[in-house]
Design a protein around this ligand. Structure first.
Ligand code: PFF
Length: 448
């Protein structure tokens, strides 16, 4: 497809909102608080921010450059620059498909919890045991999670079917500001809770005595997933950027927004957790088991929990849209399907995988892949293998293989913008990113 035939996003703000829509997701609001809680709170936050700055920012600029230099889907983009590197694009399309397999399921849970908050069902229970039982019953049910997951997939499909400008861009412009308003309202509410300052101290006062090598590696993995790096999402989105879009500024704003949302999510959750005296390290169930119990002890509990789960739904939706688009535009451009047909094929394929992943938590629990059920295998395979591998090879490709002039042209908009930190940027991409990512990868493989 020629460059001129391709749609582009509107203004500067659109590029930031669309890319931030992908980055800000369940990774920030569901995953970040419990991972930070498990890893010492404030100290984890400090290390996480360093990872975002040293590794996340250069890699995002690198992915943006690949996308805008070629105006192609992830596979086409790498192939255009160097045939031998198209495997990086395939790695991305595969990772997007597999992530959607479990991400859609968790998104479905958030939708169900939102509905239960609105109907008052969530306020019927009181003890943690009851909330745990409710959550277990729900995720093991063969039909209900699949029903909500299907609704979520339908919403994602609807946006994708509307196209890049009317669907993706327009939805990001509405949903992202909405997400920020909700998050700020919840953060203020949380800070005003009695006993909330304890939680804030835990989250913002670093205690480095708890930091181990594993903490650093966990922070890296989290930064990577949270910024949507290593799988071609940013390559795909940047392929719609305008020639005037400043890639560095866009990447800078996206990383700031993403980190701000993670910090605000911590500010919402930790004071609430401490105000009722619960351990902050209660794992993935923090949002689905601990929080509903906390909301229940507050006045106007139905309102706050409905708003909170609406926030999760919105955050998840802008991320699933970006993952869906990676596959849809790949099928559209590489397999010459119509955009409609490509969107339906992606929806059908991910629906089947998500249904199996959901069933693997209950009915098909006995089906194991290397000891893990399908849901956990998808999470493990993507977060621990495909994403770090994608990031590693992206930094090698852009640092060593991509033509220096082509990269400069992208970053400076053909010489119109200064590029004072080029040496630092290249150094980070050539040496620091690959070395750190290799370490994470080897650690995840259990080599250390
Ligand atoms: N960044 C998203 C989150 O934090 O929830 C998840 C995600 C979206 C990962 C898109 C990767 C991706 F390509």
């Amino acid at each position: 497809m020629k460059q001129s035939q391709r749609v582009t996003l509107g203004g500067k703000l659109s590029a930031v909102l669309v890319a931030a829509g992908s980055s800000v997701g369940l990774g920030n609001i569901w995953r970040f608080p419990y991972v930070a809680g498990d890893n010492g709170g404030g100290a984890f936050l400090a290390i996480y921010m360093l990872c975002v700055l040293i590794l996340g920012l250069p890699l995002m600029i690198a992915e943006f450059s690949v996308g805008r230099a070629t105006h192609r889907n992830a596979v086409g983009a790498y192939r255009t620059l160097d045939r031998k590197w198209s495997f990086l694009g395939y790695n991305g399309v595969l990772a997007a498909f597999l992530i959607l397999g479990f991400y859609f399921v968790v998104s479905g849970w958030t939708a169900e919890y939102m509905v239960h908050s609105v109907t008052g069902e969530l306020t019927r229970y009181t003890t943690a045991v009851e909330y745990t039982a409710m959550f277990d019953r729900f995720i093991r049910n063969p039909w209900r999670p699949i029903l909500y997951t299907s609704l979520f997939i339908a919403a994602t499909h609807f946006v994708i079917a509307m196209g890049v400008q009317k669907g993706i861009e327009r939805s990001a412009k509405v949903l992202m500001p909405m997400l920020f308003i909700i998050l700020i309202a919840l953060a203020i509410h949380s800070l005003l809770m009695p006993g909330g300052t304890e939680g804030l101290k835990f989250f913002l006062q670093p205690d480095f005595s708890k930091v181990t090598a594993a903490t650093v590696l966990t922070a890296l993995g989290q930064a990577f997933f949270s910024l949507s790096l290593g799988i071609g999402t940013m390559v795909t989105y940047a392929s719609y950027f305008k020639a005037e879009t400043d890639l560095r500024h866009t990447a800078f704003h996206v990383t700031i927004l993403d980190t701000t949302v993670a910090v605000l999510a911590g500010i919402v959750i930790f004071p609430a957790v401490f105000s009722v005296g619960i351990e902050p390290s209660s794992g993935p169930s923090l949002v689905f088991i601990t929080l509903p119990g906390i909301f229940n002890s507050m006045p106007l509990s139905m309102v706050w929990s409905s708003i909170f789960f609406l926030l999760l739904v919105v955050a998840a939706l802008t991320s699933t849209i970006s993952l869906h688009e990676v596959i849809t535009v790949y099928l559209h451009e590489e397999w010459h399907m119509s955009r409609r047909g490509a969107a339906w094929t992606t929806t059908g394929g991910t629906m089947a995988l998500a249904a199996l992943a959901s069933l693997s938590l209950g009915l098909f629990d006995s089906w194991r892949i290397c000891g893990l059920n399908l849901f956990d295998s998808l999470d493990y395979l993507t977060a621990n293998i495909l994403l770090p591998a994608g990031g590693f090879f992206t930094s090698i490709f852009v640092g060593w293989r991509m033509e220096r002039k082509a990269l400069q042209a992208q970053i400076t908009n053909d010489g119109k913008l200064p590029f004072r930190i080029e040496r630092l940027f290249r150094f980070l991409l050539r040496y620091v990113c690959p070395a750190i990512l290799l370490l994470v990868f080897l650690d995840n493989m259990g080599i250390f």
